[in-house]
Design a protein around this ligand. Sequence first.
Ligand SMILES: [Zn+2]
Length: 175
Amino acid sequence: MKKLSIEEFDELISLAQIKPRLKRELRFVNCVENMSDEEWDERELLSVSDRNGNNGVLLLALDKGMYVLPYELKTGITSSITGRSQSVICDFCRTWQRGDKSASIRFLKSKNSSVHYLCCADLLCSMHVRGKTDTSLTSRTQLREDMSADQRIERLNTRLADLVATLPIEPVLVD
Ligand SMILES: [Zn+2]
């Protein structure tokens, strides 16, 4: 992803017609302040959330361009049977996550319908697929997949492209 300034981010948010209430709550500067240039380069997706992290927008840099997806996030997955925290595999990056580090993310499809996915609560999928987090190392021991980082990145891109294909959404900026 190309590095964004706060002005460029605001522009994307306007183009995507994000609701004013959510727009006001997004904390772009807080979300990106620790990101190096290298990290920007290596991001397929970037979450910019509100203070609690429950609502935000997911920026996706895909082949077709830049997408802005408003989301709701519910952290912590528990088993409906035992009520205990349950580990999940992220639907986007296929990283194994403990229940307390996992989440369910919801995107609106229309006024009355939405789609849910299981995901990493930190939404740092781009870093997990590159093996740059402790979580990704734990995941490698849980799921014995014989894949290179490049293959994981490709899979993440495919899954994100599938995600936008299921939503009534167009890129806000076309490369
Ligand atoms: Zn993930």
